[in-house]
Design a protein around this ligand. Structure first.
Ligand code: SF4
Length: 449
């Protein structure tokens, strides 16, 4: 990326894990509407489940997740009791016992659960739903809280993929983000995962962290690659201290400037490709035989609230405080405050407090943005006509791409768009051109890179 463009495109745009994006969810969708939507789902559609475990043992200062810190297990046990009740209520509201193809434990820290509660949760899911034999069961794993007994329980329960949070191996960076995780701790947990037979391992890295240099990041990339995980995610740190107060503990002056962030992204991407990883979308890298690399090659890659995914299930049910779901009718989000979430569930109500119903125009634009984010190219005419619209449906918006085209970020051939290699980090900015909800200055988002 040319250094002059690095500063020019310090844009703040949504991450497009949904369309419309979460800031546009509102109180018009609550528990009653969610119940109606659940009841109206085609019982033959496969489901995907997301369980949000909203607790961590300690706050990492870079964290952008919805989590609460606890040193005791009682609040976690109490929370899980509510998640189990919620799962039963939702299963009851569905028109039939349905099949599940994908289960994701996110957070927070799923590894804060006791091994017994983790297994009990999986057992309950199997009681309530028909979990496909080949279902992916993925767990976000914090090596600092996962002990050997936990990893063994995960393997026994049928977990197929563990995503290990590493961020950076450099001690100075770890101190600056309040996440001390010696290399040996990560190494030990990977040994256990392989020993007990969890087949797929992901490693999550972050660039743009305090005190991170291009060289220190490349060193982290090399050390991560040495474990030969099937996937590596490389996310850009989103510094939003006006939204996440604990990020104020990271002084602005310790953060890499925009050109350095670009260089980190560029060089780390090239290094991962040198190591044989295939870039998938903006921030994922997969070994060529991994399901995500295959999905990319076959234009089957998708994007949901966890980012890039191979999950094709048309219904995603979210559980836990702040859990988000995606249904054919629209998006739903649970109450985020843990106490309020628990109170609603205990009172026998679903905890949905926000959401948005989809219009046909939303579905069309969602499809366009998903293809652009996943394939880094899109045929506007083909998308429009597949939704019964005229081929020129998006023509009026094309002039807004002129600046990005002139700078070589995107190439337009008729109604086909292709993001260039330089433009890859700016795919969100191209997607934003087609976002009808975006009004300049209305929302503050993280940097595009
Ligand atoms: S472990 Fe993960 S979710 Fe918990 S505070 Fe750290 S980054 Fe956030």
């Amino acid at each position: 990326m040319r250094p002059d463009l690095a500063s020019k495109y310090d844009l703040r745009v949504p991450r497009y894990t949904s369309y419309p994006t979460a800031p546009h969810f509102g109180p018009q969708v609550g528990a009653e509407r969610y119940r109606d939507w659940l009841d109206g789902i085609d019982p033959f559609l496969p489901l995907s489940l997301y369980l949000h475990i909203a607790y961590c043992a300690e706050m990492c200062w870079f964290c952008g997740c919805h989590t609460k810190i606890t040193r005791q297990y009682a609040p976690v046990a109490d929370y899980m009791d509510c998640v189990w009740r919620e799962m039963a209520m939702v299963a009851d509201a569905l028109p039939a016992r349905m099949g599940v193809r994908h289960i994701h434990f996110g957070g927070g820290s799923p590894t804060i659960l006791s091994p017994e509660d983790f297994v009990r949760t999986i057992d309950l899911i199997r009681d309530l739903y028909d979990v496909a034999p080949a279902a992916e069961i993925a767990v976000e794993l914090d090596p600092r809280t996962a002990d050997e007994r936990y990893v063994e329980a995960m393997a026994r329960a049928g977990v197929t993929r563990a995503s290990i949070g590493v961020q950076d191996f450099d001690e100075k960076v770890q101190k600056a983000i309040n996440r001390i995780q010696p290399y040996e701790v990560t190494e030990r947990v990977i040994d256990w995962l392989r020993h007990f037979g969890v087949p797929e391992i992901n490693i999550d890295l972050v660039y743009g962290l305090p005190f991170q240099t291009v060289d220190s990041l490349l060193d982290t990339v090399d050390r991560a690659v040495a474990f030969r995980p099937s996937r590596i995610a490389l996310f850009g740190y989103a510094h939003v201290p006006w939204m996440k107060k604990h990020q104020r503990l990271i002084p602005d002056e310790t953060l890499p400037d925009v050109p350095t962030r670009w260089a980190q992204y560029d060089r780390a991407t090239a290094r991962l490709e040198d190591h044989g990883y295939v870039q998938v979308g903006l921030d994922h890298f997969a070994l060529p035989d991994d399901a995500m690399a295959r999905a990319l090659a076959e234009n089957r890659l998708h994007r949901n609230f966890q980012g890039y995914t191979t999950d094709e299930a048309p219904v995603l049910l979210g559980f836990g405080a702040s859990g988000i779901g995606s249904l054919p009718q629209g998006y739903v989000a649970n109450e985020g405050a843990i106490h309020a979430y628990k109170d609603m569930i205990r009172a026998g109500h679903l905890a949905t407090t926000r959401g948005v119903g989809l219009t046909d125009e939303d579905r069309l634009r969602r499809s366009l943005i998903e293809r652009l984010m996943c394939d880094l190219s899109v045929d506007l005419e083909a998308v429009a006509t597949s939704f019964g619209q005229s081929p020129d449906h998006f023509d009026a918006e094309l002039p807004a791409l002129a600046g990005l085209e002139a700078d070589g970020m995107v190439i337009r051939e008729g109604r086909r768009l292709r993001i260039t290699t330089d433009g890859k980090p700016l795919v969100r900015a191209v997607a934003a051109v087609f976002d009808q909800y975006l009004r300049t200055g209305e929302q503050r988002h993280s940097k595009a890179v």
